[in-house]
Structure formats: C-alpha cells, structure tokens
Design a protein around this ligand. Sequence first.
Ligand code: ACO
Length: 427
Amino acid sequence: MPSETLTIVDNRTGRDYEVPIADGTIRATDLRQISAKEGDGGLMSYDPAYLNTSSCRSAITYIDGDAGILRYRGYPIEQIAEEASFLETAYLLLEGELPTAEQLAAWEGDVRTHTYVHTNFPKFLDGFRYDAHPMGMLLGAIGALSTFYPDAKHIADAESRYLQRVRLIAKMPTIAAFVFRHSRGLPYVFPRNDLGYIGNYVNMTFEIGGRHEPNPVLQRALEILLILHADHEQNCSTSAVRSVGSSHVDPFSAVSAGIAALYGPLHGGANEAVLVMLDEIGDVKNVPAFIESVKAGNGRLMGFGHRVYKSYDPRAKLIKKVADQVFEQTGLNPKLEIALELERIALEDEYFVSRKLYPNVDFYSGLIYQAMGYPTDYFTVLFALGRLPGWIAQWEEMLNDSEQKISRPRQTYVGHDVRDFVPMSNR
Ligand code: ACO
C-alpha cells in the first residue's frame, strides 16, 4: 500500500475508496471503480481546457508560476539565455544533457549539412498568393515536408527519428526565410553553410543583391529570444504536437499541428496585439486614460498576465534587457516610451497588483522584432522557430513513454436521449 493515499466517500452509495497519490496526482482511471449503479461506467473527472489535469510525466521543462521560475532540464533559463547558443539549447532539450564540445560540434555539423530544401520546394511556395499569411505558409510547408521524406513515418526507429529531428531543425530557418521573401516578392536566398545557425537565417531573410552586413548584437538578441521560447511544458501547441503525434503520424505532420495551434491569437499572436495596442494609445500622455479604460473592463492590457506565472514571467525580465541592447543599435522605437510608461503605471496600480498581472514574454518581444525589421504578421513565425526544439523533444518523450497511448479524451454527453428519425415530410 503506498504511503500517500486519498480516501473518497461516495455519498450516493455510502461506499468509500482509497486511491494512491503519486507525485501530487491521483490517476483519473482510479476513479472508474467508483460506481453508483451497475453499467454506469464509473466516475470520470471533468476538466475542460485541462486546467488541473496532468497529461504526462515530463523531464524537460520545469515551471513554478508562483515563484517565476523556468528551467530547461534543471538549468535556470537566466543561465541558459546568458551562456548557451540556440543549437546548444536545442541539444539540451532533446538529449537531456548539455553537450560536450565534440557533441556540440557534431550536432552543429549534422544540422549544417541539412539546411537545403528540395528544389521543388520553392515551386511549392510559389503556389501561395502574394499576401498569404506567413504562418499559413509555414504550417503548409512543414506539413508538406512529410511528402518529401516518406521515411519519416518510421517513428519507432531511433536513427530515423534523429534524422527527422535534424531535418526539421535545419530546414525550418530556410523555410521561414523563404516565407519572408515570398511575402515581399523577393527571390529566395539559399543557405550559406559557412555561417552559424542564426547568422545563416538572418542572411537568408535580409540579403539583398548578394549583400548583408551582419549585426552581431542583433543576431545574439534574436538568438536569446529564440532560446526563451524554446520550450514551455504542456502549452497549447506542444499539447497539439503530442496529441497528433500520439496517432503515430510522422513528425513533420505533428509539428505542423503545433504550428497551427501557435497561429491562434490566444497563443502565439499576443505580441502582435501589443503593437496594435501601442499604436492605438499613440502617445505617452494617453496612457493613464488607457489604463483607466482597461480597469473599467474595456479590453485588456495586452502583454500582461499569464495563466501560469503569477509573480512575474522570468522571460519578460530577460527580454527587457535584450530590448535595451537592441534599441541601442537601432535607435529608440517611439512605442517603447509608451510601453515603459504603461508598465510603470500598471505595476503600481492596485487593479493589476491585486490580480498578479505582470508583463509577460510578449510585452517587449514584438517591439524588438519590429526594430529588427520583421513585419508584425511574421512575429509568430519567429516564435515557431524558437519553439521547434521543444516540440520535437516533447514528441520524442511522448513516443518513449510506455504509459502513453493514442490521445483520446472522454466526454460528458449532454445531448438528446434516443429518439426516432423524423421523415422530411413531417418536420
Ligand atoms: N489586462 C487587464 N485585466 C486582466 C488582464 C490583462 N491583460 N489579464 C487578466 N486580467 C484580469 C481579468 O479581467 C480577471 O479579472 P477579474 O478577476 O476582475 O474578473 C483577472 O485578471 C484574472 O484573469 P483571467 O482571465 O482569469 O486569467 P487567465 O489566467 O485565464 O488569463 C491571460 C491569462 C489569457 C494571459 C490573460 O492574462 C490575458 O488575456 N492577457 C493578455 C493577453 C496576453 O498578453 N497573452 C499572452 C500570454 S503569454 C503567451 O501566450 C506566450
């Protein structure tokens, strides 16, 4: 008998049950034995939007929302953002440990040799309209990769999984850059494997006429932003990747499901909403009136609040530092002044303080991306680029977890009882 148990008394029948508690959870399937009458199937837990349901055991990312803690594989995000490269972070998430110098060199080498996409790929992208949304193009393009690599369906083969992981991490920047160029009607720039992961991506995005002057400060800032987005445990898009992947589809299809989830404004689109809000406010002098209208219930202060973080979002603190470095290079974004004033007032205001509303990761990221030259509808593509290692790590963890099966929630049926079909003439 486990030392930790929960005793449940069913007041419908007077019977009591003892179920084990492990890692602060009870198993929902243990409730099935609690039955009021023969054939009722037993008790289920009802949890729309999974507000209090743990769907997996995971060793990848740890979050303590009350204390504002985020760790990848045990390492604090602050230290990773300070010390690591994006590919090193990806390695950590995927393999569970920091790479040695040789392991990192081998990993970077593998990624570097897979950056090209099939020559049919540009033709495929050309099929999109000139004004197609970058996220729509990205999700279609990543899904289409599965048709180029039919071997990706061998998901039980660890060697094949490694190859698909390398392909995804290597080709995503190429495809993201092609999507950017397509939106602008610019010719595609092919990967340059003499450049690093971030340098190559930025070059493919911004090179004009064979020229691009790299700015190391901006490139490191972009790298930090990608690192900060690399994983965030069971968020909407990661759950989508796990859920779709649980059907044993290939990883390109599973990741494209994650991109689709991220596309939604409640998930990846909030930084775009921050910029729209700052435009609406227009001037620092309008900030107090705007705060009052939010408090009166007219809309929300975008980029504030988080489902999990209730003291502060550790990523927001780091991003603010990055913003200072970026604006030193690009000159001040006039919207920054409005953002700073909003933050100052909100952090002192009883309404926001009592509701534990602090700036989240999206409050400053949009301003930084804009200063770097990315259009607002492209911001979520950058989020996807950052989140990719997390999606793949979680997908692999799900496949290697012997407790996982095809994802298939139950439901509480609230519709009609059985009734006879009514012919059209009688309706
Ligand atoms: N501005 C003003 N009031 C807010 C805000 C906000 N940004 N966020 C929450 N509140 C208020 C709510 O009105 C509610 O007040 P009440 O108790 O008087 O009714 C209270 O704070 C609690 O809000 P909930 O909606 O219950 O909080 P929840 O955890 O469900 O929502 C969310 C979290 C969606 C992030 C919310 O804070 C929000 O909408 N923020 C703005 C959008 C945003 O920045 N999203 C990005 C999130 S980060 C990411 O996804 C990468």
